[in-house]
Write a protein that binds this ligand. Structure first.
Ligand code: NDP
Ligand code: PMR
Length: 402
């Protein structure tokens, strides 16, 4: 008993000494900004106590951090419980983070030191190399395999993510394929036309499954973001360049988007790769709003979509003819003036992930010429509530949720 009392006494004394040596007054803004910043004293503790264990570093349970704050820092003891919840990095999954917008966003978030980015990519090695080349620090990202063109892979990804023990705070559905020169459709593992299968159905299943994880997080900002585009919105000049997006009555989608029972196009028409991509973006924007209507009030999750600007040099155009790839960037830079660099677009999406001023749900964000964000209007079809509901129900059946 005596031995135990002395050991406890020593621990208490050492803790007090450590507090005296390291404790500086903590500015309120340090603890509340985005709800994630670690004050210097905690960074020191956090690093010395938990380095060498990646899962712990990335997915450190809030309980253990609370225990530390409670014993060592009087300033934090006075903080509200809302502030206590903020003492860890946010975890954000970004699909397709191996290039373009996804990679730039991962970099922008990682550089703040407040985020651990889970790069959900179909090519593990490419993602690792891309993260390294972009200079993203090891402790700020984790690569996990995800092939959105396979629903089995989506389910496996969700399992792997859950087994990592990390809480989920933000999901960014960013990955996409664009096949404008394809003469014939190609298909996902389950036999859906590849662009809609990947860009919409893969993400639909992923976000439906991960909704439970988002619901559970105690993090102050929980968000589900689906990247949309101007070209799916027929209320703009860009959206009126043929072929125009049009989901019709969804008969092709209801038929399974294969060429067995029906058409490979959502509206039941003939295959057109450029239209399939634009249709998939309409699905992305409709899905975001349906999520908002069904779940925002009860869960507090922010659902958002965005058009980050025309990032004319990304891998998205890899299947386009070489002349297009040469002319498209100057056309967007000097004629439409819609051009934006990968870096700038990454900052914009990172804002939608973490900026407290962009926490409104159900919004389709865009940026003006001086790079200020604003709530943009969606086209009639991309904001059609009845179509969104029908899309949700048909998609549920296709991905095996209903
Ligand atoms: P990129 O081609 O550079 O990025 C797309 C990413 O998606 C890549 O990392 C790619 O992986 C990944 N991907 C493709 N298929 C799958 C799959 N089956 N499973 C998992 N990941 C996959 O293009 P962008 O960065 O331009 O596109 C990102 C998002 O931005 C898209 O949603 C796009 O619609 C949107 N957008 C782009 C605009 C632009 O001007 N570029 C404008 C408006 C919106 P891999 O590296 O292995 O190929
Ligand atoms: Mg577009 C006001 C101008 C504007 C903007 C912001 C875009 C964005 N585009 C604009 C105008 C035009 N484009 C005009 C006037 C033309 C006819 C010359 C034109 C053509 C064009 C083509 C052929 N644009 C394209 C293509 C593509 O293949 C790209 C596409 O549709 O990908 C789906 C594309 C795009 N234009 C854009 C943006 C952002 C894209 C590509 C990416 C996307 O929507 O994800």
């Amino acid at each position: 008993k005596l031995l135990l009392t002395s050991i406890t006494g020593m621990i208490v004394a050492l803790t007090r000494l450590a507090t005296c040596l390291t404790n500086k007054p903590i500015a309120l803004k340090e603890t509340t900004l985005f709800g994630v910043a670690l004050p210097t004293t905690f960074k020191a503790e956090f690093n010395s106590s938990f380095t060498g264990n990646k899962i712990l570093r990335n997915g450190l349970s809030v309980k253990s951090i609370r225990a530390q704050t409670a014993t060592t820092t009087p300033a934090i003891n006075q903080a509200s419980s809302e502030e206590k919840k903020t003492l860890r990095k946010g975890n954000a999954i970004i699909t397709g983070a191996s290039s373009g917008l996804g990679l730039a966003t991962a970099k922008a978030l990682a550089e703040t030191g407040k985020w651990n980015v889970i790069m959900a990519c179909r090519n593990f090695l490419k993602a690792e190399k891309a993260a390294k080349a972009a200079g993203i620090a090891k402790e700020n990202y984790t690569v996990m395999h995800l092939d959105l063109a396979s629903l089995e892979s989506v389910r496996q990804f969700v399992d792997t993510f859950r087994r990592s023990g990390m809480p989920l705070d933000v999901l960014v559905c960013n990955a996409a394929v664009y096949l404008p020169t394809a003469k014939e459709p190609t298909f996902t593992a389950e036999g859906f036309e590849l662009s809609v299968g990947t860009n919409h159905l893969g993400h639909f299943l992923l976000s439906r499954l991960l909704l439970d994880d988002l619901k559970k997080t105690e993090y102050p900002q929980k968000r589900l973001i689906i990247v949309g585009s101007i070209t799916g919105n027929t209320n703009t000049l860009a959206g009126n360049v043929p072929p125009k997006a049009n989901l019709g009555d969804l008969r092709g989608l209801a038929g399974g988007l294969n060429e067995l029972g029906s058409s490979s196009m959502i509206d039941g028409g003939d295959f057109d790769g450029a239209k399939a991509y634009k249709d998939s973006k309409v699905c992305n924007m409709l899905t975001m709003q349906e999520f908002h209507r069904r779940y925002h009030e009860q869960t507090g999750i922010t659902f958002a979509s965005l058009y980050p600007g025309c990032i004319a040099e990304t891998g998205l155009f890899r299947e386009h003819i070489p002349l297009f790839r040469i002319l498209f960037p100057p056309f967007q830079k000097y004629i439409t003036k819609g051009y934006v660099s990968e870096e700038e677009a990454g900052k914009r999406l990172a804002q939608v992930v973490s900026d407290p001023s962009l926490s409104k749900s159900g919004v389709y964000w865009s940026w003006n010429k001086s790079s200020s964000s604003f709530e943009n209007q969606l086209s009639k079809e991309a904001s059609d509530e009845e179509k969104a509901r029908k899309l949700w129900e048909v998609s549920e059946k296709l991905v095996g949720l209903a």
